[in-house]
Design a protein around this ligand. Structure first.
Ligand code: ATP
Ligand code: MN
Length: 434
């Protein structure tokens, strides 16, 4: 038996229920997170999007039918309860509801794989398999509500600084950074790919809009199982004309600062939330050169030109937020500009949090001939980039930009260890559902 919503509507959210409403009739709605029966009294806790509400059904005070219905409810069932507000010092918000009417919109019959109030559950796959109810749990609620305020703060930052929001195609004809991690798809009678990044389009859009940003999915067929790689992630991309990578570093520092401030604000407004965003006051900058020397001095067998492994960065005890700039040219994508001072070095940076890369950026090549020669050096087909290259014949401005991984940023801001908990429905090498 399920009840229809019909004309029943919520009158009060948990957050506005308080002792001054004593004696009033209210209707609350939400899902069941606890049912306790003590002899002739049944205590039910309903959770709505703002918090818990206690309902107390006593024999002789409530009808048997209301008390029986409440007593047999299982976790997660979705309900409406109408009743009178009574003061109660120990209950959430200082009130409880004495019910006279219960609507059960959806009665749960299955035993859920974990309790709604569970704080930590060892096996993440157990949770991911039932993600819809996992996301009802408080720790995840806070991560995703914080994510929402972070996104809003970042959008406001860009819009307030004269950036235009763009959306670029996610179905593309050729690889941006080389073909290894591309997903291929059927596109009518041709092969196409899912975009690894909006790189080439955002560069072209600086020709007409100068300052652009995009917040959208990127797709990477990452072969490895790590706590920091997804097959589908959200990238916060920015690109700007008439600036270089140093200007972009200042810009990213600002973006991360407004994001951290938004989380700090969220913490203030929500009791019990323990997120401690890293210090964003002055983000130190190290060159690749100086860090590689420190890593070698610490006894690791790294060679100049190697990527800086997380374990090496841990070994030299780099903590908090910091930039690594002036990376070797070798492994950088074809669109990254060579340093004017040293042909082995690129005008590029990574923003790090501890040993986690949050962002990569660079000054871009703006000369078509150099792009062509870079493509050839990397064994990529110049012909596949003919549209992109032709843009460079029509007044491409000098430009620079970067991409910030939203999930990785949220990991840093909310002390989340596994990237899968910073995304609603993670996609990785082992997971394509739910
Ligand atoms: P990594 O070396 O950590 O694999 P990357 O250097 O390949 O990352 P970039 O191409 O520089 O990644 O992408 C820019 C940013 O996008 C990264 O700094 C990261 O924050 C985010 N990002 C890239 N790939 C992924 C992924 N597979 N899952 C989640 N975030 C990603
Ligand atoms: Mn990178």
């Amino acid at each position: 038996m399920v009840d229809e919503l019909g004309t029943v509507r919520r009158t009060h959210l948990s957050s506005i229920l308080n002792p001054s409403l004593e004696g009033q009739d209210v209707t609350v709605m939400g899902w069941i997170i606890a049912v306790r029966i003590h002899g002739s009294i049944t205590f039910v806790t309903i959770q709505d999007r703002h918090g818990p509400i206690q309902v107390v059904a006593k024999r002789k005070v409530c009808t048997d039918s209301v008390r029986n219905t409440l007593s047999t409810l299982k976790y997660h069932s979705s309900v409406a309860v109408s009743g009178k507000v009574a003061k109660s010092e120990r209950a959430p918000g200082g009130i409880e509801i004495i019910p006279h009417n219960v609507h059960v919109f959806s009665a749960v019959t299955k035993i859920p794989p974990f309790e709604p109030a569970a704080i930590s559950i060892k096996n993440i796959d157990t949770r991911l398999e039932s993600r819809c109810i996992d996301l009802r749990r408080e720790p995840l609620q806070h991560i995703f509500r914080a994510r929402s305020v972070v996104l809003s703060a970042i959008r406001n930052y860009f819009l307030g600084n004269d950036f235009t929001e763009i959306s670029t195609p996610k179905i593309i004809a050729s690889a941006t950074e080389g073909g290894a991690s591309l997903f291929s798809i059927f596109y009518y009678d041709k092969e196409a790919f899912l975009a690894q990044s909006p790189q080439l389009y955002k560069e072209q859009l600086t020709m007409s809009f100068e300052k652009v940003f995009e917040i959208a999915s990127i797709f990477r067929a990452e072969p490895s199982r790590t706590n920091r790689h997804l097959a589908e992630a959200i990238s916060i991309d920015m690109e700007e004309a008439f600036v270089d990578y140093n200007d972009i570093m200042s810009q990213v520092a600002e973006v991360v600062r407004v994001a951290a401030d938004a989380v700090r604000q969220y913490v203030k407004q929500n009791d019990g939330v323990k997120f401690e965003p890293p210090n964003t006051d002055k983000i130190p900058q190290y060159t690749y050169q100086e860090l590689s020397e420190r890593i070698q001095d610490a006894g690791s067998n790294m060679e100049w030109g190697d990527d800086l492994h997380p374990s090496w960065l841990r070994k030299i005890k780099l903590e908090g937020l910091y930039f690594i700039k002036d990376w070797p040219m070798g492994p950088k994508p074809f669109y990254v500009k060579t340093s004017a001072k040293n042909p082995k070095i690129s005008e590029s940076f990574d923003l790090m949090h501890n040993d986690l890369e949050l962002s990569s950026g660079s000054t871009r090549v703006q000369d078509k001939n150099i792009l062509e020669s870079n493509l050839k050096k990397k064994g990529m087909k110049v012909a596949s980039f003919k549209h992109h290259l032709s843009a460079f014949e029509y007044g491409m401005p000098p430009h620079a930009g970067c991409g910030i991984g939203l999930e990785r940023l949220m990991m840093a801001l909310t002390d989340t260890e596994n990237i899968r908990d910073a995304v609603f429905y993670p996609r990785d090498v082992d997971r394509l559902g739910p």
